[in-house]
Design a protein around this ligand. Sequence first.
Ligand code: FAD
Length: 461
Amino acid sequence: MLWPMTSDSTSSQTAAVVMSAHARASADPDARAAVATDRSGYVPPSLPDAVVRCETVDDVVEAVRLAHTHGIPLVPRGAGTGLAAGASAHAGQVVIDVSRMNRILSIDPVEMIAVVEPGVLNAEVNAAAGEHGLFYAPDPASTAICSIGGNVATNAGGMWCAKYGVTRESVLGLRVVLADGRVLRTGRTTIKGVTGYDLNALFIGSEGTLGIVVEATLRLRPRPVRTETLAAYFADVEAAGRAASAITAARIQPSILELMDGPTLDAVDRAEGTRHRELGAAFLLAQTDGYGAHLELDEIARAIEPFATTVRRAADDDEAAALVKARRDAIPSLEKLGRVSIGDIAVPRNRLAEAFAGLEEISQRTGVRIFSIAHAADGNLHPMIVVDPEESITEGPAKVALGEMFHLAQRLGGTLTGEHGVGLLKREWVVEELGGTSIELQSAIKAALDPTGILNPGKAL
Ligand SMILES: Cc1cc2nc3c(=O)[nH]c(=O)nc-3n(C[C@H](O)[C@H](O)[C@H](O)COP(=O)(O)OP(=O)(O)OC[C@H]3O[C@@H](n4cnc5c(N)ncnc54)[C@H](O)[C@@H]3O)c2cc1C
């Protein structure tokens, strides 16, 4: 990535000088470049002044106190896999990198609880839980590379969220460093508990603007005794959308319900040597789990039959894993075609077909290539804009198409982000969705928790 020359100028080195009092601070240009942005494709105009690579809670507290005293803006950072430029930073800002706080502190297999530091990767939690016959349900497609702190800050979702809910449903408690350096505990270690306001929920999804997560108490669940999987193919993506809505309407609870359109299937086939596209112009993956998994899958097959051209039930675990892999391969396959901007709108689940039709219309009108996948059980679509490598994905036609997507979501009664967060890139549409009263209240909450505005300024709200 190329950085403008101004990034290394001395115009804004105050923060670096102040932070040099911290043992773990670095103003080395390579270190700063490594933490300047995330996976959104956004390129900041300059580099942050410094990065503090924290290894303990005390490291974070010390950094925040220094920043609080001197009014230095901080950008919390986990693994940097975000898709909304939430962890991007520029001159005059200091990055608080917690990726080295990566220990699993304890797992209680009886209470089914894990206590972890924020830099632990999502997949590492699952691997450790698996040793006890348990799993951690929120499973972003980035599971192998994203951190629990980032998941909490974005309220991340994934495939299993169809049945088990997003990150919020699996976080019992947090330890958070506040903007003045105080350490707050939110939530609890019991499954139930309602004492006081729900500060836990307030911090989840707050995108690093209210506090820095330094520990999380996570709810684990028993690994399902069995799973059953099917793939269905359709003549077009609207039919697949109608089929997904029919499953919801039939009140069946899949543990996974994922949808891919024809162009995405093409890309997966080309990248992986598979032959899904021959079977249809859209793909719906359904998985059920638990003792009645096979019965529930029967019901799903019945619900989608009027819409599908082909329904294939996985004969064994290997076939099921291959179908799940096809969906997980979608984003890497598209990344082989050009630069990808991953959208994240959500609509009511009975309006999925209209959303797909709307996306096709936007693509035709703007001339921008849009590939679509969806966490169909949640009505959460990921329309992916793919442009040539030299083109911008945050400006020009790509940005126009992004704006059109948000308006489409709004028209259908939906939202501009289902799980990736607002970050920097979607801020201009927030007021339109939330309205003045909500913005006023949310700004007051921000001011109460971060009166000098040093935590991730310019993000989320
Ligand atoms: C290939 C790919 C697939 C993806 N699939 C999914 C998916 O299926 N579902 C999904 O939800 N997301 C997905 N994502 C997006 C991304 O992985 C998630 O948003 C993830 O939660 C970000 O975690 P991170 O550790 O990388 O956070 P970062 O990118 O480092 O930060 C994200 C935000 O969280 C804040 N933050 C990070 N750590 C902390 C902390 N300790 N305290 C306070 N604030 C903090 C940052 O300031 C920033 O605002 C995908 C990304 C990629 C690249």
